[in-house]
Design a protein. Structure first.
Length: 370
């Protein structure tokens, strides 16, 4: 067993080399040897996946000497995919080795007959699809259209990985530790990119559930069980994404500030866990506005603290009020509470919440008339 543990310890090094300029010296034989090692790691995963103690030992050995590594036991099962993706993104790989790699991905070896091998062709196809999607002039309708097609492709890959992590974690009862894995994937990304991917993933989850619901007519017991299992999986994935987002107040603030108000409102309409934290953020941002009698409008009291202008604050509350009945009700209730806290004076310029509520009610009234 110690020999196997020592071999598993080489996976992080193999992946590190595959991302480096050292692959410039690789030929087809070297590439085949690397792919054979990846398939061997995958074999170890399939062999020990139902043995919790060995799973834990292999996971510890993967992280040995590299506490910050993102690898865990499930990574063994994806070794060919991880290696292939790293090499596909490495421009230092010589043309001959690159052609050999693509051939191996599209036409796996005969002995690879399991579901994992069928995912190898998907790796190349998804990589190509993410590039092709970036060339499309328009994305899907509704809230997703605010996010680039390539971001949507990355979100789909993230969702698939999360579902795989859930399935791998269930036999050993490791589901609680998946949030650490997700943080390890998202935290190194630039903030804007991570925020877009998470937003797209949450919207795609909701879109998928709506599609299933709309397409399900009369269903037998098996299909209903399958839908329940799918719903449970979606709830788990959404919970992981929301936990990462809400677990850090500064991260959530940056997320809401970076994304358009209409997109955040759409997310809050789908996931009620976001409503109260988002309203609290807007309350804090609005509290930094002061009324300027000379200009006759609300202005930022301190440029360093006031994240939103009056117009931006109004637009974000308007987006919330145009959402679901629940979202509109909670938003208006929050504004009325803030108005009452400031004295409930129906006079412009005394309370930002009074002025905001009056303008929103007038806007909603006009929209209803039309």
């Amino acid at each position: 067993m110690e020999a196997i543990l020592e071999q598993v310890e080489q996976l992080p090094a193999l992946l590190a080399v595959s991302r480096s300029s050292l692959v410039r010296e690789w030929d087809s034989v070297t590439l085949d040897r690397a792919l054979e090692w990846a398939r061997y790691f995958q074999h170890l995963h399939n062999r020990f996946r139902t043995r919790p103690l060995l799973r834990e030992a292999l996971g510890r050995r993967l992280r040995r000497g590299q506490p910050s590594t993102l690898l865990s036991f499930p990574a063994l099962g994806r070794s060919p995919q991880l290696l292939g993706l790293a090499l596909l993104e490495n421009r230092a790989l010589p043309p001959a080795a690159c052609r050999r790699l693509i051939h191996s991905l599209l036409q796996p070896a005969d002995e690879e007959v399991g579901p994992e091998s069928r995912s190898l062709p998907l790796l190349a196809r998804r990589k190509a699809a993410s590039r092709l999607l970036a060339l499309l002039p328009h994305g899907p309708p509704r809230a997703l259209e605010k996010l680039e097609p390539q971001v949507q492709a990355e979100a789909q890959l993230l969702l698939r990985r999360l579902q795989e992590e859930r399935q791998e974690a269930e036999p050993a009862g490791e589901a609680a530790g998946r949030l650490c894995w997700l943080a390890g994937v998202l935290d190194p990304l630039p903030g804007p990119r991570a925020f877009k991917v998470v937003a797209a993933a949450l919207l795609l989850l909701k879109q998928g559930r709506d599609t299933e619901g709309a397409g399900s007519g009369c269903r037998d017991g098996d299909s209903m069980d399958g839908n329940r299992e799918s719903a449970t999986g979606d709830e788990y994935v959404a919970g992981q994404l929301l936990s990462w987002l809400l677990g850090n107040p500064e991260r959530f603030s940056a997320f809401c500030l970076f994304l358009p108000g209409s997109l955040v409102a759409s997310l809050a309409g789908h996931y009620s866990q976001l409503i109260r934290p988002y309203l609290d953020l807007l309350t804090g941002w609005g509290s930094h506005l002061l009324y300027d009698p000379l200009q006759g409008q609300w202005v930022k009291s301190c440029l360093e603290k006031a994240e939103l202008s009056w117009e931006e604050l109004k637009e974000r509350f308007s987006s919330l009020c145009r959402g679901s009945v629940q979202l509109r009700g909670q938003t208006q209730a929050a504004l009325k509470h803030l108005e009452a806290r400031d004295g409930d004076f129906k006079v412009c310029g005394l309370s930002v919440w009074t002025d905001l509520l009056m303008e929103l009610e007038e806007t909603l009234r006009k929209e209803a008339e039309h």
